[in-house]
Design a protein around this ligand. Structure first.
Ligand code: HAM
Length: 443
């Protein structure tokens, strides 16, 4: 009987080969979209000083930290729950010497001590895109555009997902128009952000505590629910929540930029999107599956003060994080993941088979030559020389060719069998590597 039986910690995942192949497919879309938009990849430490997060990440994240102290040590550390503080620290440390704009991406693992549930784990992968050193709606839209390109490459369309956008300045102006005093604006934003987690009575109680009249509470509630396509004019929305239309001017700029960038149809205005993270200063957005049933696929926005807060120069910045967990759920629900994940595993170029006898000694040198030529070559570990059985093994691993070494090796010839078409040709042993390389290149 086993002495110990261990399970992976709650909220973590084991990645068996096909699971990891799926994750790599997502990461490939993230990486290729980043590179095509001119972003360079970076990485940072898995853990940081605890204060890096208590400084500005906001209550939500701080309450979910995995924090620890080295045995006998004095410093407190935390596993990274997000990447933005690390990135801001890295930029602040070198800001003078970095070419601007800074365009960086990262695909790190993150750790949050959340209660595990659908779309929410304690360890997850998160793609980060961040563009620093430039202001303006066109920059915010470029950042959003990178996310959209990756989602498109994974097969999603504007009918599957929407970028739900708001703007902290717009929210501030709307709140002021509703009668929220300047010193209560931050509490009001927190309340807006938590709107979906509270029942109506609790929401009303908290809104009244902000000094809002009953009528203003209703309008405040309407704000939390106000959403419309970005393409639509703000006139009716402004009227319905009782503010001047120019309160929406920051979002109007985003609309124009999104139209120029060709991504307008992907975007919805959702005034209730505030984002829990304390460092955002301007545009804020989340990407959601269209029914709204799943948690956010991504979240981000403009955070113009963070680099300076970490001792760097004043530096505007905008970025987002996209998690692999929700995204994989959405892709799976939409039938956008392969039915047989084994098809995502690397496909061998050739499977070398010996029919026995003298042929055996030619297998290892041929496999080596193939690998030296950059080809993916495999052979059997089995003792059998039953060619039929070995061909079936070659098919199981989806090899494109079987190279069968039989009695003809006496004349220096081997059989090259195309496993998809069944076509077979005789070829000189000396030419087989080149022939396979040519075919692999062509396909
Ligand atoms: P966030 O909204 O906390 O933003 O996270 C972004 C995304 O990471 C979420 O939309 C979700 O897909 C994924 N995510 C977050 N927590 C979990 C979890 N426990 N399990 C699975 N997935 C999760 C940030 O982290 C900001 N630092 C993003 C950013 C980058 N802002 C500017 N630059």
């Amino acid at each position: 009987m086993a002495e110990h039986s261990f399970q992976a910690p709650k909220g973590t995942r084991d990645f068996y080969p096909t699971d990891l192949a799926l994750r790599r497919r997502i990461e490939h879309a993230w990486r290729s979209a980043s590179v095509d938009f001119g972003f360079d990849e970076i990485e940072g430490p898995t853990f940081e000083h605890l204060e890096l997060y208590t400084a500005k990440s906001g209550e939500g994240i701080v309450s979910e930290l995995f924090s620890f102290r080295r045995a006998g040590g004095e410093n407190d550390y935390a596993l990274r729950p997000e990447f933005t503080p690390t990135l801001a620290r890295m930029v602040a440390a070198k800001a003078g010497g970095l070419p601007t704009p800074v365009k960086w991406f990262a695909i790190p693992m993150m750790y949050r001590a959340e209660r595990p549930q659908r779309g929410r784990l304690r360890e997850f992968g998160q793609w980060n895109i961040d563009l620093l050193g430039l202001e303006g709606a066109a920059v915010d839209v470029e950042v959003i555009g990178v996310a959209i390109l990756a989602l498109e490459r994974l097969g999603l369309t504007a009918r599957d997902v929407q970028v739900r956008l708001s703007h902290r300045v717009v929210i501030g102006r709307v709140l002021a128009a509703l009668g929220v005093a300047a010193e209560k604006a931050s509490d009001a934003m927190t309340l807006l952000d938590r709107r979906d987690k509270l029942d109506a009575a609790e929401f009303q109680k908290r809104a009244e505590a902000l000094g809002l009249s009953t009528e203003a509470v209703q309008r405040f509630d309407a704000v939390a629910r106000a959403a419309q396509p970005l393409a639509q004019s703000f006139d009716a929305l402004a009227k319905s929540i009782g503010v001047e239309v120019d309160a929406f001017s920051a979002l109007e700029e985003i609309r124009v930029a999104a139209e120029h960038a060709g991504i307008l149809e992907w975007c919805t205005v959702d005034v209730g999107i505030v984002r829990g993270l304390a460092y955002y200063t301007g545009t804020v957005f989340e990407i959601h599956e269209i029914s709204g049933a799943e948690r956010a696929i991504a979240g981000g926005g403009r955070y113009d003060g963070l680099v300076e807060l970490f001792g760097g120069p004043k530096m505007p910045a905008c970025g987002f994080g996209m998690g692999d967990v929700v995204l994989a759920n959405v892709l799976s629900d939409r039938g956008l993941l392969p039915k047989d994940p084994a098809t995502l595993l690397p496909q061998p170029d050739a499977f070398v088979i010996s029919a026995g006898g003298d042929a055996d000694r030619f297998v290892a040198p041929l496999v080596r030559r193939m690998r030296m030529a950059g080809l993916h070559a495999r052979t059997s570990y089995k003792a059998t020389r039953n060619v039929g059985k070995l061909l079936s093994d070659a098919n199981k691993v989806r090899a494109r060719f079987a190279i069968i070494i039989g009695a003809e090796i006496a004349d220096g010839r081997v059989a090259l069998k195309n496993l998809a078409s069944g076509e077979q040709q005789w070829i000189a042993l000396d030419d087989v590597v080149t022939a396979c390389a040519r075919i692999a290149c062509a396909s």
